[in-house]
Design a binder for this molecule. Structure first.
Ligand code: HEC
Length: 186
């Protein structure tokens, strides 16, 4: 077969799957709701694994740490935003209608999640053997004011903060999004 034909068949195949994906998300049917919730559960499981390593209830394993960080990264950003594209409200989903009206805020949280997850992944890459002291949160990291306030903007760069701080800040992104865009129980 001529190389162009191969390229074209690949292109057409990709185009078909993109159309199939948008058709599914346009209905916000059971499949989409299931996928939303599966993605969230996968991120929760990954976050739990990382948390256990910081808490020393699981031994540090750089590979597993990185896999968990990459799981969150892969489910963040555009993929997350797309899963909650219009129509947002659906039977069995706790996603709230304001995702549609406040989409830039939703997308920003989805992107921030990815930035923190990428920072965690990079930290695992840099520390293949042990959970190094530099990965640990320092005393002043959680304080917003005080002597560290002037370094606030630097501290907000996920790549330049200790991994543990990036992890806790990432969890705050999960919580912020849920507070704003997920319906409360009952
Ligand atoms: C940009 C917004 C956003 C971010 C960021 C986000 N979530 Fe969610 N999450 C949601 C929404 C909306 C739902 C409700 C989904 C539904 O019911 O369809 C949800 C649902 C969940 C659920 C319940 C799933 C189920 O089975 O019903 C869990 C667990 C969860 N999220 C964990 C996480 C964790 C852990 C993180 C961070 C690592 C995170 N989420 C980050 C928006 C977000």
């Amino acid at each position: 077969m001529c190389p162009n034909a191969v390229r074209w068949s690949g292109f057409i195949f990709t185009a078909i799957s993109v159309v199939a994906f948008s058709a599914a998300s346009a209905q916000a049917g059971d499949d989409v709701v299931h996928e939303r919730q599966q993605d969230m559960k996968a991120m929760a499981a990954a976050a739990k694994n990382i948390d256990a390593m910081f808490k020393d209830t699981s031994p540090y394993d750089a590979k597993a740490f990185k896999v968990a960080a990459e799981t969150i990264r892969a489910h963040s950003g555009e993929r997350l935003s797309k899963l909650f594209s219009s129509p947002v409200v659906a039977e069995g989903s706790k996603a709230t209608a304001n995702i549609d009206t406040e989409r830039p805020a939703f997308d920003t949280l989805a992107a921030e999640l990815g930035a923190y997850a990428a920072a965690l992944s990079a930290a695992a890459e840099r520390n293949p053997e042990v959970l190094a002291p530099e990965m640990r949160m320092r005393g002043g990291d959680t304080k917003m004011g005080g002597p560290l306030a002037k370094r606030k903007s630097a501290a907000l760069d996920p790549m330049s903060m200790p991994a543990e701080h990036a992890f806790h800040t990432m969890l705050q992104v999960c919580t912020s999004c849920h507070a704003k865009f997920r319906a409360k129980d009952n």
